[in-house]
Design a protein around this ligand. Structure first.
Ligand SMILES: [Zn+2]
Length: 82
């Protein structure tokens, strides 16, 4: 993933919002966390921003405080279970 120089000009030109900060790392990759869907590499997808929340969702759940949420990866499930 490349970071373009858009960020450098952001002060002058705030057309795009910056994504929320990542919440942790898994295997060296920055990740964030959605209570409903689990760990994700999409910085925009977290417990607060999730658009497909499950019942009982905890908006304040984060990677380090999952509040008994989903521990799966959001996508690309491995075949290491069932
Ligand atoms: Zn979600």
């Amino acid at each position: 993933m490349k970071i373009s120089n858009k960020i450098l000009t952001e002060d002058n030109n705030q057309k795009r919002l910056k994504p929320p900060p990542f919440q942790g790392k898994v295997n060296g990759e920055n990740v964030t966390y959605c209570w409903s869907h689990g760990i994700t590499k999409n910085p925009w997808h977290n417990s607060k921003t999730c658009k497909r929340r499950k019942e009982g969702r905890q908006n304040d759940a984060t990677f380090n405080n999952r509040m008994v949420g989903n521990n799966e990866r959001c996508k690309a499930h491995n075949n290491n279970s069932s």
